[in-house]
Design a protein around this ligand. Sequence first.
Ligand SMILES: Cc1cc2nc3c(=O)[nH]c(=O)nc-3n(C[C@H](O)[C@H](O)[C@H](O)COP(=O)(O)OP(=O)(O)OC[C@H]3O[C@@H](n4cnc5c(N)ncnc54)[C@H](O)[C@@H]3O)c2cc1C
Length: 401
Amino acid sequence: MARTAIIVGAGVIGVCSAYALASRGWNVTLIDRESGPAMGTSHANGAQLSYCFTDALGRPEVLGALPRFLWGQGGVTFGVSLRPDYLAWLAQFARNCSAARFRENTLAVLALAAQSRAAMESLCAHHDLQFGHRVAGKIHLLYSAKDIETAEKLRAIKHRAGCEQQLVPRADFTALDPALGGLDRDVVAAISTPSELVGDPLLFSRALLEVLIAEYGVKTHFDADVAAIGGDGGQASASLASGEQLNSDLVVVASGIDSNRLLAPLGEAAPIQPMKGYSFEMPLTPGSPALSVTDARRRLVFTNLGDRMRVAGVAELGNWTRTIDAERIAWLIDAARECLPEGGDYTEAGKFWTGLRPTSPHSQPIIRRASRTLAINTGHGALGWTLAMGSGERLADLLTE
Ligand SMILES: Cc1cc2nc3c(=O)[nH]c(=O)nc-3n(C[C@H](O)[C@H](O)[C@H](O)COP(=O)(O)OP(=O)(O)OC[C@H]3O[C@@H](n4cnc5c(N)ncnc54)[C@H](O)[C@@H]3O)c2cc1C
């Protein structure tokens, strides 16, 4: 008899988990408190499928920059809080800032990203999903000889793991994309990854969900807040705020930054903290690159979605608020304009959005089976869209072992 699973959370992680389980014969029910899929952090993120740019957040340079982060300079803020879970997270994060841990964490995520790429290719070969999915190529900007030295070391490590990247001097930028001539004059070179892709996570989640319902019998409950989950005598359950109770063989918590609200009463915890970010969109201009651009100095990315430019950035650790701060948006627009003055029509910037990245201290997601009736798939930080398909596969493999 087919096994049954309830997945709490219909972000990219929940939807991809549903696909991985349903395509292996599970009867899946997907629940979300929102009115449709990808209404949380997956909604309007950077839209980049960064299969090679999996660099862990924790690295030796970050420890030195901590005082700057406490002041919130350069789009990165580490909040000040005495919450025990936050302090424990910071301690774990500090332990993950060694060169060895940075390398280990980056390579572990690189392996998951490769699995994600393969799973996405297979999905798209089987189903005609329209979500602006295309090979865009991506450049990662470098501002100094030291940047180049660090980037080259990492390029060599990733090359051994199968990533094709090149160091491109400034003089050759316009051969990659004529619009790159307009970049900030301080940029001296870039790491180019021609194979990187883009795609709209909202359109993807909607399109995949339609297929899941029509072809895999997945059931959905939207506008349904899960108040508690439980597991007793081999039976799992999800109690909705409305009073309704749903039962299954297994509950998967794919609830992004809110995962611990459901896990804590069961004595479980995922080591995650919010890293709040923002995005906006603007019309394309002749100066808009088709290539994706990552500016690590300003902590922002440009993604050409075919009919508009999306810019995403800002990283505020420990910020749980879901409101859009006008000052932060203004900062993001100014920073983007400094980086790429002709990158889009800034006078028409709009569609302001914010989301909380569920961030682990080691930059690796938490994908595990906690008990016979409970599994967890969360903690994807800045790379959830990239890692979603592979994370679904990993979870499903764990559950069928
Ligand atoms: C500014 C920004 C830019 C980013 N850019 C990129 C990028 O370019 N590439 C990339 O790979 N990643 C990017 N990310 C990261 C990516 O968006 C996240 O890692 C990913 O969306 C996390 O997905 P999720 O499904 O875990 O969480 P979510 O999308 O938040 O989904 C969790 C869902 O669970 C639901 N939920 C929670 N609790 C309950 C409950 N009790 N009952 C019912 N429903 C519940 C929520 O409503 C939500 O829909 C970016 C993030 C931000 C903020």
